[in-house]
Design a protein around this ligand. Structure first.
Ligand code: URP
Ligand code: ZN
Length: 462
């Protein structure tokens, strides 16, 4: 065999057990108590956990946005991902106005294929619904892209989709087992709060969260849920940031609606006090970070199971790019880095502090995204026949999430003062060691485009 991992404690979405793992080529071929070689490489995982590689279903690499491009491309972004134990990313192919969904998918594949260092898939972002795009929905699903993303905000960026179009995409996608992701924020309220503040001369980064109080997300989530229920669609709320949003989704789930919530590491770590800091602009993202009660509620959602996934919403910008909005917070490119910190933060702050179990960590970082996004059972677990996407996780490894220890191309870290206890020591993507002790050892362009499966009976359960 090519790789033998000895003496590790394997954690999947449902089990924790001691076993060795044998890998041949890209695939796990053996799991057992005393797997023997010969093997080209033997790794001793004594005292460590072996987790299924993380799936970050929310990245924006090399994305044109707010007059610039996100700073990480598919190379630096996936090096960062691998360094944090993520072995699959799902990025968003953004439809440009006047162009088709397939144009966007082709553009994104041209950007990604030569550079991507871990496996990747794409969501199709619908920014304009016309007869061409409507008819494309089935073909996009058949191409291996059974998930869509629709924006209820960002009118000025040309991303907002009106409610009728949202409903039509939901209804059409539902026919083919698609999943519709939504950026839920009420654009009209944002516009009202923004113009009021600007008229008062309030232009600093500290005013960004004031344009998007919790009702902005709460109302939009409820509206999206109503549309999805009527359309009979499976829906996924990206970057859930508030108690109101989370509770709306939880209540809908309890009524049998197939709605799923994702949250992101920054909403679990910070509160809106960060916007008063001198580097407040670095925290400008949408939705913005909210209050302590929201942060606590999202942790509760992870623990209780209604928050199903962790995505990073990795859309980062250098200080120079952020300074575009020095005199007007509405011009600060929205977004932060995060793909590298998902697993370490969940472990340090969640598992170590007893808020979530190790199984829950695996569910929200790997098992659930694999199930929701049609990658199961190739990804999302450790099983004979599954891809050898593995993380050897050292629960005693201490790493400060300072800019020098992270791999993104930006020149700052919003987590500068945050020290993790527990960190991925080795990341293996389809049998290849791509990260060892903080050093990237993979190859640019080795990541594979994954054609995903729609949900066969459209009645998605998790
Ligand atoms: O602030 C964020 N989230 N920037 C990226 C754009 C998006 O998808 O919202
Ligand atoms: Zn996003």
């Amino acid at each position: 065999m090519d790789l033998l991992i000895k003496n590790g404690t394997i954690a999947t979405g449902s089990q924790v057990f001691q076993a060795d793992i044998g890998v041949d080529g890209c695939i796990v071929t053996h799991i057992g108590r005393d797997v023997r070689g010969p093997a080209s490489r033997v790794l001793d995982a004594a005292g460590k956990f072996v987790l299924p590689g993380g799936i970050d279903a929310h990245t924006h690499f090399e994305m044109p946005f707010m007059g610039t491009y996100t700073a990480d491309d598919f190379e630096s972004g996936t090096v960062a991902a691998a360094s944090g134990g993520i072995t699959t990313i799902i990025d968003f192919a953004m439809q440009q106005k006047g162009y088709s969904l397939f144009d966007a998918l082709e553009t994104w594949r041209r950007k990604a294929d030569p550079k991507v260092c871990v496996d990747y898939a794409l969501h199709a972002v619908v920014t304009e619904l016309n007869e061409t795009t409507f008819d494309e929905i089935k073909r996009v699903v058949d191409y291996g892209v059974p998930s869509f993303k629709l924006y209820m905000a960002y009118r000025n960026e040309g991303l907002l989709l009106d409610d009728a179009s949202i409903y039509r995409v939901m209804q059409e996608a539902a026919k083919y087992g698609g999943l519709v992701g939504l950026h839920c924020e009420n654009e009209d309220l944002i516009g009202h709060f923004t113009s009021t503040l600007l008229k008062e001369g309030k232009t600093g980064a500290e005013y960004h969260p004031k344009t998007k109080p919790t009702i902005v997300e709460g109302e939009a989530v409820r509206r999206a849920l109503a549309l999805a229920e009527y359309a009979g669609a499976n829906m996924y709320v990206v970057h859930t940031s508030s108690r109101l949003g989370r509770e709306a989704i939880r209540d809908a789930q309890q009524r049998g609606i197939r709605a799923f919530a994702e949250t992101c590491p920054h909403y679990l770590v910070f509160t809106d006090e960060v916007y008063a800091r001198p580097d407040g602009m670095n925290f400008v993202m949408s939705p913005p970070i909210k209050k302590e009660a929201d942060r606590a509620s999202l942790w509760q959602g992870l623990a209780e199971g209604d928050v199903k996934t962790m995505g990073s919403d990795h859309a980062c910008f250098t200080t120079q790019q952020k300074l575009i909005g020095r005199d007007d917070f509405t011009k600060i490119p929205n977004g932060v880095a995060g793909t590298e910190v998902i697993i370490p933060i969940l472990y340090s702050q969640g598992v170590r502090e007893g808020t979530i179990s190790l199984n829950r960590l695996v569910q929200v970082t790997s098992f659930n995204p694999a199930r929701l996004f049609g990658l199961w059972p190739q990804k999302g677990t450790i099983a004979v026949g599954s891809d050898a996407d593995l993380v050897i996780f050292d629960p005693e490894k201490k790493v400060r999430l300072t800019v020098d220890n992270l791999h993104s191309r930006i020149d700052h870290s919003i987590y500068e003062d945050y020290t993790c206890l527990g960190y991925p020591a080795i990341t293996i993507c389809r049998g290849e060691i791509v990260q060892e002790n903080g050093h990237f050892t993979g190859k640019k362009g080795r990541g594979k485009f994954l054609r995903r499966k729609p949900h066969a009976d459209t009645r998605l359960q998790l």
